[in-house]
Unconditional design. Structure first.
Length: 167
């Protein structure tokens, strides 16, 4: 079995450039890197498939060694579909990020930077719930929501009244 050196070089270049782009902060470059790595892996599967052969259709005059293995071709087709789906998802994330922040760069989170530098983070302060934050009435003396009284069996519950008894 001979492997084409040109395919190996192209595959290595695609994967190297793809990994370089995946490490960037720009989400657009991350998608391009993902696509390059996906194509490089497809070439790797093609290279590992072995020499070209005849189509795997039964022919009595050919020896089994002369057939081409159909499994790598099926794996490449599956990888193409998965790469397309993940790329579409990443493009939707980039579009959403652009609409929210008008930028496609990923920035450092302040808490992550503080944690990396060894700083102690302050816990969030506990606050009393506002009247509009809960469906339960608020006990003004304690400042906490009051739980509803338990309902005896057989009495209609609010969910039963609204849905006609179906849950």
């Amino acid at each position: 079995m001979t492997v084409s050196l040109a395919l190996v070089v192209v595959m290595a270049a695609l994967i190297a450039c793809g990994v370089y782009l995946l490490l960037e902060r720009s989400l657009t470059r991350v998608v391009l890197g993902f696509l390059l790595v996906g194509n490089g892996v497809n070439l790797l599967i093609l290279i590992m498939a072995g020499p070209a052969g005849f189509a795997p259709i039964y022919d009595e005059s050919l020896a089994p060694e002369e057939y081409s293995d159909p499994l790598p071709q099926a794996l490449i087709l599956t990888a193409i579909v998965i790469t397309f789906a993940v790329s579409a998802f990443l493009l939707a994330l980039i579009y959403r990020s652009w609409r929210l922040a008008n930028a496609d760069d990923v920035s450092d989170d302040a808490d992550d930077v503080a944690l990396r530098e060894g700083a102690v983070t302050m816990p969030l302060e506990e606050t009393a719930p506002d009247e509009g934050d809960t469906d339960f009435p608020v006990d003004e003396a304690a400042g906490e929501p009051v739980a509803p009284a338990p309902v005896a069996d057989g009495e209609p519950q609010p969910a039963d009244v609204e849905t006609g008894g179906a849950r």
